[in-house]
Design a protein around this ligand. Structure first.
Ligand SMILES: NC(=O)c1ccc[n+]([C@@H]2O[C@H](COP(=O)([O-])OP(=O)(O)OC[C@H]3O[C@@H](n4cnc5c(N)ncnc54)[C@H](OP(=O)(O)O)[C@@H]3O)[C@@H](O)[C@H]2O)c1
Length: 217
């Protein structure tokens, strides 16, 4: 059993991570800006107020946890640019302040920086809307920052496939490091349920500390 705090616990990905972790018997703290938004109750679920952009809040949430997951997102391109890389800095600062007792950090990442089968990065695909590129770049900036502070915190970045959508939990998925996972039909996709499965698998069997990995079918 692990103690896991999840920033963005009310979001599409965050709430699936919370459910997957609870289903496997972990102790989960859902960290949200407005606790009233979490209406579910579970004997192993606590709800706490927190702001991922405030290192003091990160430290307060992280104290006593084994893992802090960040699944935060902004409303649009500019929202992501103002949130994702700054949140990586705040998470690292807040957790680093806890010293040897600091929990692991797992950040939900983005697919944009992954290499496609034709050898470019996904964010260089011609014709992508500016807002999408901004979201992708925000995650690229966060990943670059995490890679620059390798020794300060035990971080992992888990990039979804190019498409992540609510679907079925199959428990089957493939992983890669910096290459987009693409199926035989050329699609890069993962359900939110199986993404959460891969993330909780990584919590239970750490294999990517200090690394980014990605998951798809
Ligand atoms: N293919 C891909 O690469 C891909 C696809 C989808 C998503 N993603 C990434 O995955 C992440 C999560 O996506 P999602 O769809 O689950 O997002 P979402 O449903 O919009 O949820 C985002 C959550 O972040 C929380 N949040 C925002 N700012 C915060 C702050 N300062 N402190 C604490 N919590 C904060 C929000 O809480 P409030 O309720 O308080 O606003 C919200 O619950 C995003 O970064 C997104 O870019 C990547």
């Amino acid at each position: 059993m692990a103690r896991i705090a999840v920033f963005g616990a009310g979001g599409s990905i965050g709430h699936r991570v919370v459910s997957e972790a609870l289903d496997r018997g972990h102790e989960v703290t859902a960290v949200v800006r407005d606790p009233a938004k979490i209406t579910r109750s579970h004997p192993h679920l606590a709800v706490e107020r927190g702001d991922v952009l405030d290192p003091a809040s990160v430290a307060a949430v992280g104290r006593g946890q084994d893992v802090v997951v960040s699944a935060v997102g902004g409303d649009d391109g500019p929202g992501h640019l103002a949130l994702i890389e700054p949140s990586a800095r705040s998470l690292v600062a807040g957790l680093h302040a806890l010293g040897a007792e600091a929990p692991r950090l797992i950040m939900v990442g983005g697919a944009g920086s992954l290499r496609t089968p034709d050898g470019r990065q996904l964010w260089d695909t011609p014709g992508l809307p500016t807002a999408v590129v901004e979201i992708m770049r925000s995650h690229g900036d966060a990943l670059a920052y995490l890679r620059s502070v390798a020794s300060e915190v035990r971080w992992t970045n888990l990039s979804p496939a190019a498409r992540i959508e609510s679907g079925r939990r199959t428990g089957r998925y493939r992983t890669a490091l910096d290459d987009l996972v693409v199926d035989e039909a050329g699609n890069s996709v993962i359900s939110t349920e199986d993404y959460a499965t891969a993330l909780v698998d990584e919590i239970e069997r750490p294999a990517h500390i200090g690394r980014r990995f990605t998951v798809g079918y």
